[in-house]
Design a protein around this ligand. Structure first.
Ligand code: CP
Length: 332
């Protein structure tokens, strides 16, 4: 079997991954999800889990993924107990921490922090969210989930709803989705609409998109309704948050016009935007989505840290692995 092309790569922006690489990650996650017995691909490896901002899913699913691949985890969920509180720079800290571990997962409030870390680290750095900028591993699990619940990614109609200005998951997913044939609808109040830079990128890539003020305008057409939280922590002014926090909300009654196959996704946490009565509908898929985080992050860690990953038995059983690797080689 051919070598693993993602070995030792940094994952900073979703734009750093080609469509072939995205497909390889999704395929690897599927093989890992379908594996009949536990796999110990990362025995003896150490992950540094550095979270300068709150997280439930990203941190715990990365750590679970590492443990379930028989690796180990060091790190912190609150930087107040580290030497950052004494004034140490991010750059010095990353230099030191990269000599203690084989991979670094970093969440930080500053845009560009993960890129800076990757420039000084001796090991791969994974961006687990840098301010309002990007959240590329959320995108990987979002694409995996879309494929899982709709059987495909191409030829779908997806609405992105909520805080599209500050929502880094939307920024990364819209960039990745530009590789596929997807019709996009952006639903938000004007003050929370998608940044121009992303709209320009979509236009350049020939993506069809439109802007809307309410979910009702587009609901009957949709295959995926991607809801997001209004990001309180990114507002300078409490009043602006209060005015927009309930701008785009759905409940069970509001879904009457939805297609049978509509699935609702949300990176979570949710606050106001999805009423809990939606959870009991056939459309709710956000808890399956967050569960997929473990499989996708297992795949990503294995790809970054194990050069001969595709020699492993679970990949020998699928024809797809060989085909994907050959396609990638031909595209180089
Ligand atoms: N989706 C997501 O990033 O969730 P957390 O903030 O809980 O990690």
């Amino acid at each position: 079997m051919k070598n693993n092309p993602l070995f030792n790569k940094n994952i900073i922006s979703i734009k750093d991954l080609s469509k072939d690489e995205l497909e390889l990650i999704l395929h690897t996650a599927e093989c890992i999800k379908n594996a009949k017995s536990p796999v110990d691909f990362l025995k003896g490896k150490v992950l540094s889990s550095l979270f300068f901002e709150p997280s439930t899913r990203t941190r715990l699913s990365f750590e679970t993924a590492m443990y379930r691949l028989f690796g180990n985890v060091i790190g912190f969920a609150d930087s107040k107990n580290t030497s950052f509180s004494k004034g140490e720079s991010l750059s010095d800290s990353i230099k030191v921490i990269s000599s203690y571990s084989d991979v670094i997962v970093l969440r930080h409030p500053s845009e560009g922090s993960a890129k800076l870390a990757s420039e000084v680290a001796h090991v791969p750095v994974i961006n687990a969210g840098d301010g309002a900028n990007e959240h590329p591993t959320q995108t990987l699990l979002d694409l995996f989930t879309i494929k899982e619940c709709q059987g495909k990614i191409d030829d779908l109609k997806i609405a992105f709803v909520g805080d599209l200005k500050n929502g880094r998951t939307v920024h990364s997913l819209a960039k990745a989705a530009a590789h596929y044939n997807i019709r996009m609808y952006f639903v938000a109040p004007e003050s929370l609409m998608l940044p121009d830079s992303i709209c320009h990128m979509l236009k350049k890539n020939g993506v069809k998109y439109s802007f809307h003020k309410s979910v009702d305008e587009v609901l009957p057409k949709l295959d995926i309704l991607y809801m997001t939280r209004v990001q309180k922590e990114r507002f300078d002014n409490e009043k602006d948050y209060e005015n927009t926090k309930k701008a785009c909300c759905i409940n069970k009654a509001s879904l009457k016009e939805a297609k049978d196959n509509l699935k609702i996704m949300h990176p979570l946490p949710r606050v106001y935007e999805i009423d809990p009565d939606v959870d009991e509908t056939k459309h709710a898929y956000y808890f399956e989505q967050s569960a997929n985080g473990v499989f996708v992050r297992k795949a990503l860690l294995a790809l970054l840290l194990k050069k001969d990953l595709f020699e492993e038995e679970i990949f020998q059983e699928t024809l797809n692995t060989k085909e994907l690797l050959t396609t990638m080689e031909n595209h180089l």
